[in-house]
Design a protein around this ligand. Structure first.
Ligand code: ACO
Length: 408
C-alpha cells in the first residue's frame, strides 16, 4: 500500500533495529531495547503481523516512520469461554510525521486483515484516552493502583496454624506458575491467557527492564501465586512492589496477601489490583490499602456483533432490538437479541430498536467493566423505556469486574 511518499508493508528481519530505535523515541525510553529484550518481543509476534510505514522521499534511504503490530491472544469472556483475538500493540509514529494519517493507515490495514481472519474482537492497552474511540474501541477493564501501609494492615481473621505459602525456587516457579495463571484466567472476565513464549520473557526478568529494582521474588500457594520486587523509595527506605498476584480461591488471596503485608523492615507495598479486590474488607482498617490511582487497563473493539453477543453469558434473561452505530467500519446494524438461560441468540433485523449505542459503548459494556445505567446517565446509551434499561443493565453486569492481568 502507498500514499504519496509513504509505503506500508509487513516487517522483515532487517527492520527490527529501526523498530527498536523508533519505539524508544516514541515511548520516551532512556535506551532502545537491547538484543535480548528485542528477541523476547520477536518470539511473541510473527513478522507477518507487524506493519511498518516508510517515508521514501529519498528512495535510497527510506526512513521508518510508523509501526503497528498485534499479538495473537486468548481472553476470557463472561461465563468462562475463551476467545482468540488480536491484541494491538507497539503502535507508534515518528514525531516528525505525526497527524498525517499514518496511524489511521496502519489501523485500516490491520482491520482488513482481521476481517479476512474473521476476528470477533480486538483489544489493546492505550497510551492515551483520546485516540482509539474513533476506531470503535471502548475502555473495558480497569485496575487500581494501591499502596498498602504495613503499619496499619492487620487481618481480621487469625493466621492459620500452618503456612500455606512458600517462596518458590526457579524450577518450581517455571513448573507451577503458568498452570496457576491459566487456572486464574477462568475466574475473571477479560483475563488474558499467556502462551509459553510470554512466560520466557517474564521468567528471564531482564535487568534492563527492572528500572533499578530487585529481581522477582515468587510466593507459591496451591491455588495462586504472587511475585514482587524490592526497590529504594528514598535513600533510607525500601518498599515492595507487587509485580503480580493471581489467586484462584479466596483462601489463596488471603494467604498470599498475609505474607506480603508481613514482609519485614519495609513500611509499604504497592500493587495493581482488580477494582473489586476484597483486600480492604479483610483488614481491620479499610484505609490501610489506599487507592492511589485508577487506570483503564484494556480497551475492547467488537468486530462482529452477532458472534460477540452469542459468545458470552448474561446475568438476566431478556429480549431487545439493539441498534449499533459504527462510524469507522461496517460492524454496526440492528440485531434482535433474545437471552434465555444466560445465552443469547442474535439475528439481524429490520425491527424498530429498543436500545441504541455506539460500538465503542458496546465494547465498554461487554466484559462488565461499565454498567449500562452509567452510559444511559451520560446520554451515550438510549433505551425505549426504563424497564428495558434495567433489563440490559442486569444482563450485561458480571459478578466479578473484568481484569486483564497482562500488559501488552
Ligand atoms: C495500542 C498502543 O500501542 S497505544 C500506543 C500509541 N502510541 C503512542 O502513544 C506513542 C506516541 N504517539 C505516537 O506515536 C502517535 O502520536 C500516535 C500513534 C498516537 C498517533 O499517530 P498519528 O499518525 O499522528 O495519527 P493519525 O494522524 O493517523 O491520526 C488519526 C486520528 O487520531 C487522532 N489522534 C492521533 N493521535 C492523537 C492523540 N494523541 N490524541 C488525540 N487524538 C489523536 C488524529 O487527530 C486523527 O483524528 P481523525 O482522523 O479522526 O481526524
Amino acid at each position: 500500500m502507498s500514499n504519496g511518499n509513504l509505503t506500508l508493508r509487513r516487517a522483515i528481519d532487517s527492520d527490527w533495529q529501526d523498530i527498536a530505535t523508533a519505539d524508544a523515541r516514541a515511548f520516551a525510553f532512556i535506551e532502545p531495547l537491547d538484543d535480548e529484550a528485542l528477541a523476547d518481543i520477536r518470539s511473541k509476534v510473527d513478522d507477518g503481523d507487524v506493519v511498518v510505514v516508510h517515508d521514501n522521499v529519498d528512495p535510497d534511504r527510506p526512513v521508518l516512520v510508523g509501526i503497528a503490530m498485534f499479538y495473537r491472544m486468548v481472553m476470557s469472556v463472561p461465563g468462562g469461554h475463551r476467545a482468540n483475538l488480536p491484541g494491538l500493540s507497539w503502535v507508534s509514529v515518528a514525531s516528525t510525521h505525526r497527524r498525517r494519517g499514518i496511524l489511521r493507515m496502519m489501523i485500516t490495514e490491520l482491520f482488513e486483515q482481521w476481517k479476512r481472519e474473521e476476528s470477533v474482537f480486538s483489544i489493546l492497552t492505550a497510551s492515551e484516552g483520546t485516540i482509539y474511540e474513533r476506531f470503535g474501541y471502548g475502555p473495558a477493564a480497569f485496575e487500581h493502583s494501591v499502596r498498602v501501609d504495613l503499619r496499619r494492615a492487620v487481618f481480621r481473621a487469625k493466621a492459620p496454624a500452618d503456612s500455606r505459602v512458600r517462596f518458590g525456587d526457579p524450577d518450581q516457579i517455571r513448573e507451577r506458575v503458568p498452570e496457576l495463571h491459566n487456572r486464574w484466567v477462568s475466574t475473571r472476565p477479560g483475563a488474558i491467557m499467556r502462551a509459553p513464549v510470554w512466560w520466557n520473557m517474564i521468567f528471564a526478568d531482564r535487568p534492563m527492564l527492572r528500572n533499578g529494582r530487585s529481581g522477582l521474588h515468587y510466593l507459591l500457594h496451591a491455588d495462586g501465586y504472587a511475585s514482587y520486587r524490592i526497590h529504594h523509595e528514598t535513600e533510607s527506605t525500601s518498599i515492595a512492589e507487587v509485580y503480580e498476584i493471581f489467586a484462584i480461591t479466596d483462601e489463596a488471596h488471603t494467604d498470599l496477601w498475609r505474607v506480603l503485608v508481613g514482609l519485614d523492615l519495609i513500611p509499604a507495598i504497592t500493587a495493581t489490583t482488580p477494582v473489586d479486590d476484597p483486600l480492604p474488607l479483610k483488614l481491620t482498617d479499610l484505609r490501610a490499602p489506599a487507592v492511589t490511582g485508577i487506570r483503564d487497563s484494556m480497551w475492547l473493539r467488537i468486530l462482529d456483533v452477532e458472534k460477540a453477543l452469542a459468545l458470552r453469558e448474561y446475568g438476566h434473561d431478556t429480549q431487545f432490538v439493539l441498534e449499533v452505530s459504527d462510524g469507522y467500519r461496517e460492524s454496526g446494524g440492528r440485531f434482535a437479541v433474545s437471552i434465555t438461560d444466560s445465552r443469547a441468540t442474535v439475528a439481524v433485523t429490520e425491527a424498530d430498536p429498543t436500545v441504541r449505542m455506539d460500538i465503542s459503548v458496546l465494547g465498554s459494556l461487554y466484559l462488565g467493566g461499565y454498567r449500562a445505567v452509567d452510559f444511559a446517565a451520560a446520554e451515550r446509551l438510549w433505551t425505549v423505556d426504563a424497564p428495558t434499561l434495567h433489563a440490559i443493565d442486569q444482563a450485561f453486569s458480571t459478578d466479578k469486574k473484568p481484569h486483564a492481568g497482562t500488559f501488552f
